[in-house]
Design a protein around this ligand. Structure first.
Ligand code: IPE
Ligand code: IPE
Ligand code: MG
Ligand code: MG
Ligand code: MG
Length: 306
């Protein structure tokens, strides 16, 4: 798979996703009932950078299932709103206490803690307005259910809760896998699942898409752990080493660089395997698996190479 395939796709869809997100946030900004400080904090959390991985996954899955991306653009934005909310809350002093995100001050550093909490709440709830108004009426129920399940206590929020529990005994690999599955892979699974729903995919296609998302999402979080562990400040857009200083349960802590790398590569094989029956339109999903692999290959393990 040539890297140009994803580049070309990104060049078309990333600006469209950005414009759609701007439109959603500007609509709130224009609403005289929305406090300007609140809409400004929400806008800051969403529009100041970000790779837009989740909407890109949704559009690529929509394509893989034979649909037209344009029809799913607004619904795909709901995933980015949920993701942006999760980052705002993740960075709060009571959670990861990070001052920088995407190379800029975190939302609470810029707007204060109380408004950042509310901006996160606003992004989460507004995501469901955006999703419900943009899906075909007969599929709204399924879409809302998928996103709510993957973002809530049985998904991302549940994983974040496990993640902040104090470490009392040496964590096991199963425990770390479960946390990562919930806190990160669940929303990635929802992203490809939503793309499939938007294309009215069969139950069988949906199942393969979601299994792809689950494996890719876990690989993505292991790479995120490796970036933090090996000191990739530039890529992270903030000082690294945060996981270790907070005694977090991570893959490199248990498996080292080589073991974590092996896990990522094996998960990417699994993810690609789920696409076998989908045909040539799964090209962008395949390229996104290569993107995660590329992120892994660019890590310089330095002194932590074993
Ligand atoms: C960061 O997500 C948090 C994780 C779940 C690993 P991304 O790496 O997708 O962050 P942005 O949106 O591109 O900044
Ligand atoms: C965050 O995981 C996952 C979320 C649900 C936000 P991390 O805490 O590792 O994400 P970063 O490293 O701050 O982006
Ligand atoms: Mg965290
Ligand atoms: Mg964090
Ligand atoms: Mg991290």
């Amino acid at each position: 798979m040539s890297p140009g395939v994803l580049e070309g796709y990104r060049r078309i869809w990333q600006p469209r996703i950005d414009r759609a997100l701007e439109g959603i946030l500007e609509e709130l900004e224009r609403d005289p009932d929305v406090l300007p400080g609140l809409s400004a904090a929400m806008k800051y959390a969403v529009l100041e950078g970000g790779k837009r991985l989740r909407p890109l996954l949704a559009l690529s899955a929509l394509r893989a299932a034979g649909g037209e991306e344009e029809r799913g653009l607004e619904a795909a934005c709901s995933l980015e709103l949920v993701h942006a909310y999760s980052l705002v809350h993740d960075d709060l002093p009571a959670m990861d206490n990070d001052d920088f995100r995407r190379g800029k001050p975190t939302c609470h550093k810029r707007f204060g803690e109380a408004l950042a909490i509310l901006a996160g709440d606003g992004l989460l709830t507004h995501a469901f307005c955006v999703l419900a108004r943009s899906m075909a009426p007969e599929r709204v129920g399924q879409g809302v259910l998928l996103l709510a399940r993957c973002a809530g206590p049985q998904g991302m929020v549940g994983g974040q809760a496990y993640d902040i529990q104090p470490v009392e005994e040496a964590p096991t690999l199963n425990e770390v896998a479960r946390i990562h599955q919930l806190k990160t892979a669940a929303l990635i699974e929802a992203s490809v699942g939503l793309g499939g729903l938007l294309a009215a995919a069969s139950a069988e296609v949906l199942r393969h898409l979601q299994l792809y998302g689950r494996a890719l999402g876990l690989a993505y979080q292991i790479v995120d752990d490796l970036l933090d562990w090996t000191g990739a400040d530039q890529t992270l857009g903030r000082p690294s080493g945060a996981d270790e200083s907070k005694n977090r349960r991570t893959y490199p802590r248990l498996e080292g660089y080589q073991g974590s790398r092996k896990q990522v590569l094996s998960l990417l094989v699994q993810a690609r395997g789920e696409l076998c029956g989908l045909g040539p339109q799964a090209d962008i999903l395949l390229a996104l698996a290569s993107f995660v692999q590329q992120r892994l290959e660019e890590i310089d393990p330095g002194k932590r190479g074993s």
